[in-house]
Design a binder for this molecule. Structure first.
Ligand SMILES: Nc1ncnc2c1ncn2[C@@H]1O[C@H](COP(=O)(O)OP(=O)(O)OP(=O)(O)O)[C@@H](O)[C@H]1O
Length: 307
């Protein structure tokens, strides 16, 4: 791919969402939502089904009018951008292609419409790994292949900002690895990459930062390391759980019983708990440190699930 003329001004590709709200009759799909997405990183936009992710992305792209608040890209609402297809590339749905057209023809038509050389179509098909299937009709494409085609379409105008709704849907583990590499490469070139998903394990592999949404509201934003910091815990088991519980609590551990013999401890590490048990002469049957991953955190933060 040719080197993109990405602006060096970091504000140019910044997405700023402020107080964004969307009311659909009785449903408040997005509620006073504020967050920022910075260039040069891959940001995961996370939330359970119905959390309001797609509605937010559609507002950022000027496809849905907000009931209140604003969304800007480089300081401008999408509809006021001077060259929107160069500024922003988006893939919101994987199925909106003419079924009887080949991927190659589909992209060539778009190139012509956008005043780009048709050779760009083949360049993009190569980039998304569709060269071998380029002349086949889209009707026969798998969901993963449609995702790749959607990504190629989003990249057509060499955009500084890339917005992808559930791009990993339908991709196999190899495809997800490929997507991660491509998005990382695009972010390293200085682009802003915003990727929505309800699949936590996928986002954990793909994104540097996350914005977590639940019931239309922001619950957290930050790097994955920031969000999981200080939440590690130790699982410990003993045939004498009552004594262990008491001894660990006395040493400053925050203990939550798990079952008849096990408990979870925060505030002390495994070595400290082992030491307490040793000095108190308490037998242990398990002592294991558990790192909190994004998935644990997500369930904690969005408890209640879909509306
Ligand atoms: N055009 C619409 N009219 C009425 N309600 C809508 C409309 N679009 C979305 N909603 C509602 O707004 C809420 C948020 O939907 P949205 O599609 O934005 O969530 P999402 O986080 O993208 O979910 P998913 O992961 O399932 O795609 C849902 O309750 C949905 O039913």
């Amino acid at each position: 791919m040719t080197a993109p003329p990405i602006s060096r001004d970091p504000a140019a590709g910044r997405i700023v969402v402020e107080g964004l709200t969307k009311q659909f009759r009785s449903v408040r799909a997005v509620d006073q939502l504020s967050f920022t997405v910075e260039p040069g990183s891959v940001t995961g936009f996370l939330g359970p089904n119905g959390a309001g992710k797609t509605t937010t992305l559609r507002m950022v792209l000027g496809l849905v009018s907000p009931s209140a608040g604003s969304a800007t890209i480089g300081g401008q609402p999408y509809r006021q951008l001077a060259a929107p297809s160069h500024a922003v590339g988006a893939a919101l749905e994987a199925s909106s292609f003419h079924p009887a057209r080949s991927a190659r023809n589909h992209l060539r038509v778009l190139c012509i419409a956008a005043g780009l050389p048709v050779g760009r179509a083949d360049e993009l098909l190569g980039l998304v790994g569709l060269t071998d299937a380029a002349r086949r009709k889209v009707r026969g494409y798998s969901l993963g292949m449609r995702q790749r085609l959607g990504l190629a379409q989003a990249l057509l105008g060499d955009p500084a900002v890339l917005i992808l709704d559930e791009p990993a849907n339908g991709l196999d583990p190899e495809g997800i690895r490929w997507l991660r590499g491509l998005l990382r490469h695009l972010a390293d070139e200085g682009r802003t990459v915003l990727v929505s998903s309800h699949q936590l394990n996928e986002v954990q592999e793909i994104a540097d930062r996350v914005v977590i949404l639940s019931r239309g509201r922001l619950v957290r934003q930050g790097t994955i390391a920031e969000l999981t910091a200080g939440t590690d815990r130790v699982v410990v088991r003993s045939p004498d759980p009552a004594r262990l519980h008491e001894a660990v609590a006395r040493a400053g551990g925050d203990v939550t019983p798990l079952d008849a013999t096990g408990m979870q401890v925060r505030g002390l590490d495994a070595a400290q708990i082992g030491h307490v048990a040793f000095t108190e002469g308490i037998e242990l049957h398990e002592l294991s440190a558990r790192r909190t991953d994004l998935e644990d955190l997500f369930f904690e933060l969005t408890a209640g699930g879909p509306r």
